[in-house]
Write a protein that binds this ligand. Structure first.
Ligand code: NAP
Length: 230
């Protein structure tokens, strides 16, 4: 059985929703825009958030009616599942402003603190791990660390080839949310590599062996010393 087929079958009898999902992407720039476009192509209903509505509406028009544009607040309200792909410093304000609309929803966090900037937030992320810091900023959500350690260009090129699909490391304390996110990774043409609970996300934060490895799933599992098909 191929990597993707075995992963898909592993989720075949879980309780995750099977049809088109309503997904919001907060920060539809380089990373968020790339993933959002691929989710639309996979048949999901995706709202792209921006602070420049007209400009983004023109850009995504070719994607058809399943791609819409909204403010961050409209996007958080619309979606059942939300991806954050904004500068790390924007997370405290967005997390607080959108808390009531995000409550209980699966949230994927791709945001990384700056490698060079030093402020209270980057210091907290360095001391307590990035995922723990983000989870605090997105409290009340079903938090999953995902798409934070792979480049947008690597996701895009994986989507257009049939072999050596990109391995995308993901981690969470919420197993059911992790299963849904694993499916969403497959939907963009990559392979989910589950490292384990949220604490395990340290292996793919900046400085860890999995950060920007941008390699296929088998090589990533070897790099992270994970068993096959995790
Ligand atoms: N680029 C990658 O390959 C990559 C890979 C992994 C992880 N990441 C992470 O993903 C995040 C975004 O990176 P990127 O390269 O995609 O950056 P980007 O192209 O600059 O996109 C960032 C987006 O965030 C939005 N944004 C900025 N400040 C905001 C605010 N205060 N409120 C709401 N939206 C805001 C912007 O939307 P508008 O200006 O349209 O409102 C913009 O589209 C970063 O944390 C980065 O570490 C990036």
């Amino acid at each position: 059985m191929s990597g993707i087929a075995s992963i898909t079958s592993a989720f075949a009898d879980d309780t995750s929703p099977k049809g088109a999902l309503k997904i919001g992407v907060i920060g539809a720039g380089w990373l968020g825009g790339t993933v959002a476009k691929l989710w639309v192509k996979a048949g999901h209903h995706v709202m792209f958030s921006t602070r420049h509505l007209d400009e983004l509406r023109r850009k995504i028009a070719p994607l058809g009616p399943n791609a819409t544009v909204g403010t961050p607040a409209e996007t958080a309200k619309f979606a059942d599942i939300v991806l954050f792909a904004v500068p790390y410093d924007a997370l405290p304000q967005l997390g607080a402003a959108l808390a009531s609309d995000l409550k209980g929803k699966i949230v994927l966090d791709a945001c990384n603190p700056s490698a060079t900037q030093v402020n209270a937030l980057t210091q907290e992320a360095r001391q307590n791990d990035v995922a723990e810091t983000s989870r605090r900023l997105l409290a009340g959500t079903r938090y999953v660390r995902a798409f934070s350690a792979v480049d947008a260009t690597a996701i895009e090129s994986s989507a257009s080839r049939q072999t050596q699909k990109l391995g995308v490391p993901i981690a969470s304390d919420d197993q059911a949310a992790l299963n849904v996110v694993a499916r969403l990774v497959i939907d963009v043409g990559s392979v989910p590599v589950i490292t384990g609970n949220l604490a395990s996300a340290k292996v793919f934060q900046r400085g860890g062996p999995g950060f920007r490895a941008n390699t296929d799933a088998e090589a990533l599992r070897n790099l992270l010393k994970l068993p096959a098909n995790t």
